[in-house]
Design a protein around this ligand. Structure first.
Ligand code: AMP
Ligand code: GLY
Length: 422
């Protein structure tokens, strides 16, 4: 099989690493890719937000299977364009990807199937939204309806913060994404991520993870795209996974099919767990980044078989073969991230890090110039390890970081603390 993976982050390097280990993979191309994907696949610099460009590229390169990593091409309808051209494709249609692209749509789906989630209301103008916040009081959560690259959610601990967020969003700070606003009840509890493959009717859970959104140790500092993750997430017990499947995930998949927009791909359910019960925080229509890095480390080559079965509508009877293992990834970011940061500093010591089924440094924002690896983004490397226990995985990952020489970068030193404390 000739396979094309769309995207350029650590998630896509991890997907490429897992897919490449499967003997069914012949040629592997990542578009646009990064310095890490270039070591195990061909990189292709094409516009992945343009469906026609992707289809033409697939036809010219005899691509048999397209795997779409990030949300932007999904929301832009690239999966629709590929499927319309007869290409086997992993990833939801634009209509199904609204589960991530519109928060109000997700809440409608939850209401239609009675799924447990925060109480909510939607607004298209400031006055009634402000009145609602004043009536409900704080803490309260204000969300721009559309995709806002992680900037669209304000968990407001005071009424003033919530009102300020409304002024910003209705003032146009997020453009069209903030034209509609969802206001939600604040949910207390522990957050975890649950990953499910679905072909539109059948659903197969493929793992759990927890990430660390804050930039600095002790969960302090600004919110980021994720500074590290581990899998499995001990808070998502078998019983809670079953409850989440029965009350949240399976009804949503059935509702999407009933509406004529079946969901095919990976469904990432962000859950809030309190008193032994899960409620839905949000859906994402892709693998998480850096959660994919730990999931791929644990799934290995079978990830391709599972995504292939999903895309072909053959998930009935598919099974995940789990080892009793743990994976952990530490994100190394450029100093300044998630604010302003410099590009172009050299990362040394990568050649001293082992690369095998227990250790991998996945590249996120990197570029290779004259044989040197240079930082080229905010999140730059995902130092990932697998072990028999979470502690073992953690120790292996931080031992790899000790080999790296990159003074312009930083990482958190406490990835996994919540689970290791248990
Ligand atoms: P998002 O940017 O959509 O991933 O949401 C950011 C984060 O906001 C989530 O991961 C949660 O930590 C938090 N969050 C969103 N909705 C709620 C809620 N209703 N109650 C508490 N926290 C929330
Ligand atoms: N790590 C969170 C996300 O991918 O959305």
């Amino acid at each position: 099989m000739n396979i094309l993976i769309l995207g350029s982050g650590g998630r896509e390097h991890a997907l490429a690493w897992a897919v490449k280990q499967n003997p069914k993979c012949d040629r592997l191309i990542v578009a646009p890719g990064n310095a890490g994907t270039a070591t195990l696949a061909e990189n292709a610099d094409i516009d992945i937000l343009d469906g026609a460009t992707v289809v033409t590229f697939c036809e010219e390169n005899a691509v048999d299977f397209v795997i779409i990593g990030p949300e932007a091409p999904l929301a832009a309808g690239v999966a629709d364009a590929c499927r319309a051209a007869g290409l086997l494709t992993f990833g939801p249609s634009a209509a199904a990807a609204r589960l991530e692209a519109s928060k109000a749509f997700t809440k409608d789906i939850c209401d239609a199937c009675g799924a447990p989630t925060a109480a909510w209301a939607r607004f298209t103008e400031a006055a009634s939204a402000r009145a609602y916040v004043q009536a409900q009081g704080a803490p309260i959560v204000v969300k721009a309806d559309g995709l806002a690259a992680g900037k669209g959610v304000v968990v407001a601990m005071t009424e003033a913060e919530a009102l300020a967020a409304l002024d910003e969003m209705f003032g146009g700070s997020l453009g069209a994404a903030g034209a509609e606003v969802v206001i939600e009840e604040f949910m207390a509890g522990e957050e975890a991520s649950f990953f499910i493959l679905t072909d539109g009717t059948t659903a197969l859970p493929i793992g759990t993870a927890q990430d660390h959104k804050r930039a600095f140790d002790g969960d302090t500092g600004p919110n980021t795209g994720g500074m590290g993750a581990y899998s499995p997430a001990p808070v998502l017990t078998e019983a809670i996974q079953k409850q989440a499947m029965d009350e949240i995930v399976l009804p949503a998949i059935a509702e999407m099919a009933r509406r004529g927009t079946p969901y095919q791909g990976v469904l990432y359910a962000g859950l809030m767990i309190q008193d032994g019960k899960a409620r839905l925080v949000e859906y994402n229509c892709r693998f998480g980044d850096p959660e994919a890095q730990v999931l791929m480390m644990r799934l290995g080559a079978q990830a391709l078989d599972l995504m292939h079965a999903c895309a072909e509508g053959r998930l009935t009877g598919a099974r995940v073969n789990w080892a009793d293992d743990h994976a952990l990834t530490v994100v190394m970011a450029a100093k300044g991230y998630p604010g302003a940061y410099a590009k172009g500093s050299e990362i040394r010591g990568l050649d001293r890090c082992p690369e095998d089924s227990r250790h991998m440094v996945f590249h996120a924002g990197t570029v290779e110039t004259d044989g040197r690896i240079l930082a080229n983004g905010g999140r730059v490397l995902n130092v990932t390890a697998r072990g028999d226990t979470l502690e073992d995985a953690r120790n292996r990952a931080y031992a790899m970081i000790d080999h790296l020489r990159w003074p312009e970068g930083f990482c958190r030193s406490d990835i996994g603390w919540r689970a290791l404390r248990k």
